[in-house]
Design a protein around this ligand. Structure first.
Ligand code: FPP
Length: 255
């Protein structure tokens, strides 16, 4: 599978990625803020949901590519706890996308040994959305390939607040002393407790912010931003992000 990546890289011409530079390791966990669906639709004089529909097609392509080249975890920010503020019609459409996607793609995900996971709160999610995602999680739970982690109804501050409450309850019950709280205690109470932190964060559409996404987990991640709107995001853009990541030196606060 890695051969696909090497072949693609051999043709790379972007000025950001010097041809002669040494090849680094593949990021194990990539997280993506898929932004720009609305602007894409507006530019084409279409309703916003047309942008989300196109965005779903890009999800299909990028998931297949990520799994093919050997990415271990792909986390996609599909719906945030703040997205409830959008018009009901758009919210309903967005929350229908996991079901649409999975009804078309689940057989392929199974064939490709992908494991589906979910982070976020299930509270207020429509039953049909939850049922579709839970079925996908169940049907792929014995798979051993890439973890496809949907962040759905996810907000990082909510996640951290819930983790702090859980730790607080342990202190109340006498199981833990406040002075002995470690980063690991917090980590194990996050929704991503069983996942390695992202190595690479990609955000499309030219916005340079985190929008309440994985604030704890992205502490040492490499960030890659592009002006490309998510519905226009191509396999080549994804590969370029990885290639740029491979040129970065990660020091984790050291020298
Ligand atoms: C942000 O763009 C995007 C979202 C809130 C939704 C992202 C969802 C998808 C790409 C499809 C998800 C697919 C599956 C299978 C779950 P925006 O609408 O805020 O764009 P704008 O900033 O241009 O208005």
């Amino acid at each position: 599978m890695l051969e696909i990546f090497s072949k693609w890289k051999a043709n790379l011409t972007s000025a950001d990625v010097p041809d002669q530079a040494e090849e680094g390791e593949l990021p194990q966990h990539i997280a993506i803020i898929m932004d720009g669906n609305g602007r894409w639709a507006k530019k084409k004089g279409l309703p916003r949901i047309a942008g989300h529909r196109e965005g779903m097609k890009v999800v299909t392509k990028i998931v297949r590519t990520a799994s093919n080249i050997g990415i271990e975890v792909l986390t996609l920010y599909a719906f945030s706890t703040e997205n409830w503020k959008r018009p009901k019609k758009e919210v309903d459409y967005l929350l229908g996308l996991p079901e649409r996607y999975l009804s078309a793609e689940l057989p392929k995900l199974i064939e490709n040994n992908v494991q589906v996971r979910l982070i976020g709160t299930t509270e207020n999610l429509p039953d049909h959305t939850l049922r579709a995602v839970e079925k996908a999680i169940k049907d792929t739970k014995h798979n051993t390939g890439m973890i496809l982690n949907f962040a759905l109804n996810y907000g990082s501050r909510f996640e951290m607040l819930e983790a702090m409450k859980s730790v607080g309850r342990k202190i109340e019950s006498g199981e833990l002393k406040a002075d002995f709280i470690t980063e690991e205690h917090i980590q194990t109470h996050l929704m991503t407790s069983k996942l390695k932190d992202p190595d690479l964060l990609i955000r499309t559409s030219g916005e340079i912010r985190l929008s309440n996404f994985m604030l704890w987990q992205l502490a040492y991640s490499e960030f890659w931003f592009t002006d490309v709107l998510w519905p226009d995001f191509k396999e080549q853009d994804f590969m370029e992000a990885i290639a740029v990541y491979q040129k970065r030196k990660r020091r984790y606060g050291g020298v």
